[in-house]
Design a binder for this molecule. Structure first.
Ligand code: NAP
Length: 281
């Protein structure tokens, strides 16, 4: 290890994509701040990697803990080269079934937690005119389905925020990559999933059916977290990292179909759309 060994900071490493990313980075000889709400869940990840791994307690909804974790990582490693905002979870409910406290908690983690870590890491990156921020969004940040409206709302928020951020920090030497996975074999659709206790019979055939279908994917998702981790690292380390990285065949198929649908709808209504301007002088 020397000072040029890249330093990554990852949120939500106890399971899933965050764990796969931390594992792969450390195996590749990188340095990593491996964070989790309960740091005991990442102790095994850090073990055996000596000073290259730093296990830290981090609940992204706790601003004081975010500040402390970023400071610790910067003090230990001298800098953060790549921040990965990975922590997040899903919530199954038709929009009308949504419970206020659950919805706000979802936004607190998936959106405001990501904002908090980003704002904590940016001063160091700006000072060095270098760095990269990876925001784990979702295919669900580009296309929406029944039963996951609130989850989509958080991921669409991540998409818009990240696109603005990319435009703002590019001149400062900082890159942004939005990662959009389809279904990957993690705890997302199993133990991590939350659901509304409220169930309205009128949505049984729509949101209800999709609730069941989403839960049924657990353990059978086609996406491999370790391949996803390698893809993210390779993309970030490529000469021109992408603004968006879809992961999984379904992500490619659904996102490109979504583009076609959007274009067809815009074209069908083009005359009405264009006609809303003042007449040309
Ligand atoms: P996962 O196995 O459930 O992992 C989620 C991680 O987020 C866990 O480590 C969890 O930690 C952590 N987390 C949740 N709330 C947190 C908080 N307040 N502070 C810090 N950490 C928190 O699911 P995953 O699939 O790896 O999810 C990772 C990201 O990928 C999420 O943003 C998810 O929305 C996104 N994603 C996943 C899929 C998929 O199919 N798997 C598809 C698209 C996008 P605890 O152990 O403490 O709960």
């Amino acid at each position: 290890m020397n000072d040029s060994t890249p330093v990554w900071f990852i949120t939500g490493c106890s399971t899933g994509l965050g764990r796969a990313l931390a594992t792969t980075l450390l195996e590749r000889g990188h340095r990593a701040a491996v964070t989790a709400r309960d740091p005991r869940t990442v102790a095994d990840l850090a073990a055996g990697h000596g000073e290259r791994a730093l296990a830290l307690a981090l609940d992204v909804t706790d601003p004081a803990q975010v500040a402390e974790a970023v400071e610790r990582a910067e003090a230990e490693f001298g800098r953060i080269d790549v921040l990965v905002n990975n922590a997040g979870y899903g919530y199954l409910a038709a929009v009308e079934e949504g419970e206020d406290a659950e919805v706000r908690a979802l936004f607190d983690t998936n959106v405001f937690g990501l904002v908090e870590t980003t704002r904590a890491a940016l001063p160091g990156m700006r000072a060095r005119r270098a760095g990269h921020i990876v925001n784990i969004s979702s295919l669900g940040g580009l296309a929406a389905f029944g039963a996951t409206g609130y989850y989509h709302a958080t991921k669409f928020a991540v998409e818009g925020l990240s696109e603005s951020l990319a435009a703002e920090v590019a001149p400062l030497g900082i890159g942004v990559t939005i990662v959009e996975p389809a279904a990957f074999r993690t705890d997302w659709s199993g133990p991590s999933m939350r659901q509304s206790a409220t169930v309205i019979d009128d949505y049984a055939a729509t949101a209800g059916a999709r609730r069941a279908a989403t839960l049924a994917t657990y353990g059978h998702q086609p996406g491999d977290p370790l391949r996803a981790a390698a893809a993210v690292i390779d993309a970030v380390e490529s000469p021109e990292p992408p603004l968006r990285l879809l992961l999984g065949k379904a992500a490619y198929d659904i996102a490109t179909a979504r583009l076609d649908t959007l274009r067809a709808g815009f074209d069908t209504w083009r005359a009405v759309t264009v006609g809303a301007d003042y007449p040309a002088a």
